[in-house]
Design a protein around this ligand. Sequence first.
Ligand code: PHE
Length: 355
Amino acid sequence: MRFLQLKTKITDMSDQFEKVQLLIKEVEAAQPETAEALEAFRIQYLGSKGLVKSAMEGMRVIPAEQKKEFGQVVNLLKQVAEDKYNQLKEHFEAQKEAASVGAMDLSRPAESLPLGARHPVSITLNRIIRIFEKLGFVVADGPEVEHDWYNFTAMNTPEDHPARDMQDTFYILDAPGMLLRTHTSNVQARVMTSRKPPIRIIAPGRVFRNETISARSHAQFHQIEGLYIDEGVSFADMRQAMYYFAQEMFGKTEIRLRPSFFPFTEPSAEMDVWLGTETEEARRLTKGTGWLEILGCGMVDPQVLENCGIDSTRYSGYAFGMGIERQALRLFNIPDIRMLFENDVRFLSQFTAVQ
Ligand code: PHE
């Protein structure tokens, strides 16, 4: 009886060893062919109720002196199953990735990204800035919502001066004395009150006037202002700078200065550029005269220098100001000024190629 019992135990024990050896062979031979079959393999051998786990439970019937050896065999089983699983898992993942690359057409052109374009007004402004930069002018800036003093009073246009009627604007009701600037000349006053001569600036920007909107005029538009103050600056210096600008902007041409009036310059002039009367476009733009009016200019009135704290007995200077939109219309042959402010991308995207 005892013998039999013992025999059973021995058989049990060798069964356990044999079972594990068999499992190792089984695992080595297993060949899961898909990711799904591999998952079934994992559950079967390595799962929480899997065969490796139950082989470990065989430890209970193993006599103490053999436990170590049995443990090693079970560990081997576990190791073989895990290695197989990890290796095949990597294999199937690589296969999946390769399949998705195969489905991708690498020669397909990229989605086109719409490229922005510069606004024709910016293009025109930049051209003018570049010309004056060559003469040593640097860009200055000033506010669009401005105090009356900088826009008018400092510029020699006190309240009740008739010139204010010519530049009616929009006033900020709850901020007395504040308005939308009517010209970029406010930057003259801004710069002269904050810097010492020599001053040589150009100031591009948006200006506003209380005007009826039509194909030729708008209540908002752009100007560029120029100011040069130093000792001994003369009218001849101004004429030469204006002449240089006209050549650079319009190609070989002539200019003419006509006497004019601005409260902040004395003497004052309007400058015309000769476009000629040969082409129909030139005749249309110049109303048949051949001369295109492009800017106002003059010697800075000594009173303006004094208003801004600059000694007018020592310094003199010239200033000029011009509108940008009309030049943009001419440059790009645009028929209506309103097109510049409608922000219609079908219109604006035509300028992508232009710098
Ligand atoms: N500010 C004037 C205008 O808007 C232009 C100008 C500027 C004239 C500077 C002379 C000097 O009409």
